[in-house]
Ligand binder design. Structure first.
Ligand code: COA
Length: 561
């Protein structure tokens, strides 16, 4: 079928649906919902058999849904209606939620139901839940709905949507935290229901900020509402019965002032933290692995396998974050375990250099340079590890330099639902992270050229077929983690491990003779320096648009299909 995806942004869920429908042989196009006329024109151009809207924040015009069947993905169970479904589910502490695919009608979320899939809600942030449980349920529901539609035999449920309850927009009045009264559990629910957007509006040192993200703290305590510690850019704030960590802040925009965006909380507060005597309270990756506290990096061992787990908000890795991970990587690689597994337990593996931190720097070009060099140092350390067998385990998505980081390992294992974006072009960058060494080595020169120029997302199965990744496993994030542990332990026990490591050493030495790693890096960085410094390059405006979430004026041509 010709399926047109209509979406407010080509976000992770839209990309996932794109990948899954393409894998099932459908011809898929994308039209961003940038206005009714553009949508009409897009539909007329693509001539779809079916329109699917995986993430839509505006209404489809009546003439479009009257002339084409339009299926809308709603992140709530059948009967739930309104624009803040997931926020309410987390706010209320729902144990189970769902995703429903409804046909567009005049009334929002009230059309005939084509499919509805439930999922359990675990304690976690909204955006992480969206990219995990919601995305899995949404894909299942969309595939069911598309199959039912294509079969022509299915009668959608006309009543379920119409009988439901419409809940209002989850405005700041519902999100407010009363630090003098609210328990840690309540504070965490409020923070998690708002974690990516819009954040919880609050006040710190007399200024208004949106708080983004929330993590429990097991030991630190203080006067309710007081900032009691900072760590690696995050701040810890006391509650009536404990404390919570807040990783990112966004200042409220002042009337007529510049647009604001999320940054590490300690960066935003800067000297105020020092003036207030808020101490930096570090935790080692080993200690963090056994505690309930904020840490972007954890290290643990089980049997013959070391696990270096890292999880950076939005998958973005600043210069400081890359350096911390490099330190932890060096320590982990020096441990007497034959196998080292890299990657977070759920969600993004990495999305490359930290565009927001770069945007906020006094000299963004210089900060871009520092950041890419810090990424390269990390990748180089992985590429030159010869006494340990290194595995990248991708429980979630990875893009640009963050995906190339994964490719530095000996093997790349991937959850079937991961979406991979092996390209830099959309950010106006040539890219580094030794991709000119690792990518062609895996997929061949021609395919590497195709992937980096097409700039389309790849599914894990397609990536496996191309040799971009080595093993793929289905299931949820917890199941993937168990599967990774099983495979890694088997690898570590293998009688052939010694021979593999010898072979790895030989191959690295042989590759170094053909072309030294330093030469790959120097060539890539020459191109990147040009991207960062040449005034005619598109990188700076593209980065600014990304950070400020500027709406594009038209659907990018490479997505139209
Ligand atoms: N730097 C800073 N923030 C980043 C980031 C980066 N490299 N990559 C993602 N983020 C942020 C997003 O702005 C978003 O923030 P929000 O929570 O305020 O909305 C959050 O992380 C999640 O990303 P989002 O874009 O919503 O996720 P997605 O899964 O829909 O899309 C990508 C993922 C990777 C396609 C998209 O985020 C992207 O293009 N990132 C930039 C990749 C890049 O060019 N990196 C630099 C070159 S190495």
């Amino acid at each position: 079928m010709r399926v047109l995806l209509v979406a407010s942004a080509f976000n992770s869920l839209t990309q996932r649906v794109h990948v899954e429908l393409r894998e099932r042989g459908h011809h898929v196009g994308v039209e961003l919902a940038l206005g009714d006329d553009a949508l009409r024109a897009g539909a007329a151009r693509f001539r779809p058999d079916l329109i699917v809207a995986p993430m839509l924040t505006r209404k489809v015009p009546e003439d479009v849904w009257r002339s084409h069947p339009v299926l809308i993905v709603h992140p709530g169970p059948a009967g739930d209606r309104g624009p803040s479904s997931l926020d309410w589910a987390i706010h209320d502490g729902a144990a189970e939620w769902g995703v429903t695919v409804l046909q567009a009608v005049a009334e929002l979320d009230a059309g005939p139901v084509w499919a509805s899939v439930p999922f359990p809600v675990r304690a976690g942030g909204k955006s992480e839940t969206y990219r995990n449980e919601v995305a899995d349920a949404a894909v299942e529901a969309v595939l069911q709905a598309v199959e039912r539609f294509a079969g022509g035999w299915y009668a959608p449920d006309l009543a379920a949507g119409r009988l439901g309850r419409e809940r209002p927009y989850h405005a700041q009045e519902f999100r407010r935290i009363d630090w003098a009264v609210d328990s840690t559990a309540t504070v965490l629910r409020r923070l998690r229901a708002a974690d990516s957007q819009p954040g919880v509006l609050d006040e710190l040192y007399g200024r208004a900020y949106y708080l983004h993200g929330g993590c429990a703290e097991d030991r630190l305590r203080g006067r309710p509402g007081e900032l009691i510690a900072s760590r690696d850019g995050a701040i810890c704030r006391a509650t009536v019965d404990g404390a919570v960590w807040i990783p990112q802040l966004r200042p409220r925009r002042t009337p007529g002032g510049p647009a604001t965006y999320k940054l590490p909380a300690a960066t935003v507060l800067g000297p105020q933290l020092t003036l207030a005597g808020v101490p930096e309270v570090p935790v080692s990756p080993q200690e963090a692995a056994h505690r309930e506290t904020w840490s972007e990096i954890r290290y643990r061992e089980h049997g013959e396998v070391g696990y270096l787990e890292f999880a950076f908000p939005g998958g973005a890795m600043s210069t400081a974050q890359c350096r911390r991970l490099l330190r932890a990587y060096r320590a982990a690689a020096a441990r007497p375990v034959p196998v080292l597994v890299l990657g977070p337990p759920r969600d993004f593996f990495s999305n490359g250099i930290h565009l927001n931190v770069i945007e906020a720097a006094a000299d963004p070009a210089a900060e871009s340079w520092a950041n890419i060099n810090a990424m390269d140092d990390l990748v180089e350390a992985i590429l030159t590890t010869t006494d340990t067998y290194v595995v990248s385990a991708l429980a979630g998505n990875a893009a640009a330099g963050g995906l190339m980081l994964a490719l530095a390992a000996d093997e790349v294992w991937c959850r079937a639902s991961s979406v991979l974006n092996p390209h830099y072009r959309l950010m106006g960058l040539y890219g580094s992270e030794y991709w000119t060494y690792t990518l062609p080595r895996r997929v061949g020169v021609e395919q590497a050229g195709r992937l980096t120029s097409a700039a389309l997302p790849l599914g894990a199965r397609e990536a496996l077929g191309l040799g971009l990744v080595d093993r793929v496993a289905g299931g949820d994030a917890a199941g993937f983690r168990r599967w990774v542990a099983g495979e890694a332990e088997e690898l570590a026990r293998s009688a052939e491990m010694g021979a593999w490591l010898t072979q790895k050493k030989r191959r690295r030495a042989a590759d170094e003779c053909v072309k030294p790693l330093a030469a790959y890096r120097a060539e890539e960085l020459t191109r990147m320096r040009h991207n960062f410094l040449d005034p005619g390059e598109p990188y700076h405006p593209l980065r600014r648009a990304f950070v400020h979430k500027t709406c594009p004026t038209e659907t990018p041509a490479h997505l139209r299909g």
